[in-house]
Write a new protein. Sequence first.
Length: 307
Amino acid sequence: MSKTAPRLAALDLNLLVVFDAIMRDRSVTRAGQRLGLSQPAMSHALTRLRHMLKDELFVRSPNGMVPTPRADELATPIRIALDGLQQSLEPVQFDPSTATASFRIAVDNYAAIVLVAPIAAHVARIAPGVKLDFRPSGTLDVLDQLDRSELHLAMGPSAATGERFSRRRLLQDQFVVIHRKGHPSARAQELSAEKLAALPQLEISSAQFGTDLVENGPGRSKPGPRPAMRAPFLSAAQILATSDLVSVLPLNVAKNMTRSHPLVFRRLSRSPKPIEAAMIWLRRLDNQPAHAWLRDVISSVTSELRG
């Protein structure tokens, strides 16, 4: 250990809690609100931290408190240490019927449309004191926020790499064509790529599901025709129900829309590559009781959707 390093016995754990809160909020005021401490108390704690670590740690800027390189180095180890201590103080078993835990979960467009509502309903029924905070992943640096424990879990594509992450596949969904009841092309049970290409299509501007629409020989594809209209997902069902436009969407998204509007869906004769939803989390939380319970709940709900 360096001669200039503070001795652990002389370390005030509360100062590390203050450091972590400022690191999260980039604001002394908001961090104080998070911890229930006054502005003078936070300023005093930050002064002590700077003296103890012999570094400015945070520099005031128009965008809030910017961490120094030394603070960036300390952020993850301190977050891991505090998480570990918090977990050691929690009950060995998690009782959802009496728990008052809160979980922050990032969701992509597909998970927001298909998974959030049934998960929320299930948790509300069996764990009334548990709060779920779903956040749109498109506006977040998900992996960074998982590392910093700003997020407990993320649901979406399974592209995360690195040994620090665990992953579990939730759903694999085929694409279908959705349109209004009584649509002129509704006689066939399946729709070929050629017939689909001739139909006016609605593109969902706020929820890109990433599929090619027209096949071009075995195992190859080319982009479909330019859409006749683009609109946000919130408008899509009403537009489809009152026009001859069609849209290519994941099956569970289409099912969701048919429950509230006079719409039907049909299979594609040759479906594009399925969309996949997975959940990822930090591997160090594998055996944390509350986190394991949440993952089991999500898996249970999605297995019902698969059925």
